[in-house]
Ligand binder design. Structure first.
Ligand SMILES: [Mn+2]
Length: 370
């Protein structure tokens, strides 16, 4: 009688057939539900010095702040929901036929250091963090967060890219140009007014798409007219189609800007397709219209930053709103990648130097791709 196999009694790996070698996945090939949460599984780099050493093309930055909303709160949970809202690693854009992350170095710079119930601090931290991230030369892409944050964020962008002039294409159901909301001058309905009044952005360089509903009142539109602002109501999109409106918006913004900041309030999309937001307005864009518009803009103009705001996961269903927001960022990156393939220049020069600061000479293709 042979002696008992000691190993089989104490080695459960061997006893159960679990002791074989299996192939090890590359980190980039891990399924979307595995690993730490980062935008498209990109490397997470929060240290400013390390960001400067790496000098990425694009840095994702969460700003989980919603202390300035006027109606339903919850956008503070937006950045986390957006990061985890899709299984895709963003390998290959079928619409643009580019592999965005092979062309652009994109990192996730984590979240701004937000604390609850201190809105003045939140705005200051957002401003300072965007300056830090942009000191690496990266184009910042902001996951919000309520729209009040666009005031400090775009101020930091304008300061960084000067003397080049920032312009904005702003997708929103609302104009966000109120002087105040119940006496509050830094609410999520006022950021575009503050940007123009402070001089950070020329009113003529702000072009809005998707306005609808019952706000703001005529006096606010009067102020907007006085600033030389241009806007395209949702009604115009219905009548002319999104492509014609985007063509006009690109021409209009470049009349008074050298680089374009893309600001997307997710409530521009119809609440049937993006219910997870704080102030929904029925009758908005289709998801595919917004994604196509974003692709065409990002592949046609020099982008100096973007934000996707007002994603409020508590009102979302099946992650649909967070998925739209995630895809808006990815379509922007893919559009920039397509533009880089065409023109080989996307990165901003390092701030604080004049080296590399020059007028953009890239031909702008209004017809665009996508
Ligand atoms: Mn807004």
């Amino acid at each position: 009688m042979s002696p008992p196999d000691v190993r089989s009694q104490s080695d459960y790996g061997h006893a159960n057939g679990w002791d074989h070698d299996f192939p090890v996945s590359d980190p980039g090939d891990a399924p979307g539900y595995v690993g730490a949460v980062a935008y498209c599984g990109r490397p997470v780099i929060t240290d400013t010095a390390e960001l400067r050493r790496r000098a990425p093309d694009v840095a994702i930055l969460g700003i989980p702040f919603d202390d300035r909303v006027s109606y339903r709160p919850g956008a503070r949970f937006g950045p986390r929901a957006i990061r985890q809202a899709t299984s895709t690693g963003g390998g290959h854009s079928l619409a643009l036929d580019v592999e965005p992350f092979r062309i652009l170095d994109v990192v996730d710079a984590g979240d701004a250091d937000i604390v609850p119930a201190w809105p003045e601090r939140g705005h200051a931290v957002a401003f300072q963090r965007v300056l830090e991230v942009m000191s690496s030369g990266a184009v910042p892409m902001i996951l919000g967060g309520d729209h009040s944050i666009s005031w400090p964020v775009v101020s930091a962008v304008a300061q960084t890219i000067a003397p080049r002039r920032v312009g904005m294409i702003h997708f929103d159901a609302h104009a966000d140009t109120a002087d105040d909301e119940n006496g509050v001058r830094a609410g999520h309905g006022t950021p575009m007014r503050r940007l123009i009044e402070s001089g950070a952005m020329d009113g003529r360089a702000l072009v809005q798409i998707g306005l609808r509903g019952y706000w703001p009142p005529p006096a606010v539109f009067e102020w907007m007219r006085g600033q030389g602002m241009r806007w395209h109501l949702m009604r115009e999109v219905e009548e002319r189609g999104i492509d014609a409106v985007v063509d006009d918006a690109i021409i209009e913004v470049l009349q008074h800007a050298d680089m374009v900041y893309l600001s997307i309030d997710i409530d521009v999309v119809d609440p049937g397709m993006a219910p997870g937001t704080g102030t929904p307005e029925p009758g908005g864009l289709l998801t595919r219209e917004l994604l196509r518009a974003v692709r065409r803009i990002a592949s046609s103009v020099p982008i100096c930053g973007m934000d996707v705001m007002e994603v409020a996961p508590p009102y979302d269903h099946a992650e649909v709103t967070a998925m739209v927001a995630h895809r808006c960022v990815l379509e922007t990156i893919s559009g920039m990648a397509a533009r880089k393939v065409a023109a080989d220049r996307v990165r901003l020069p390092e701030s604080g130097t004049t080296a590399g600061v020059r007028n953009e000479q890239i031909p702008v293709s209004i017809g665009g791709r996508g």
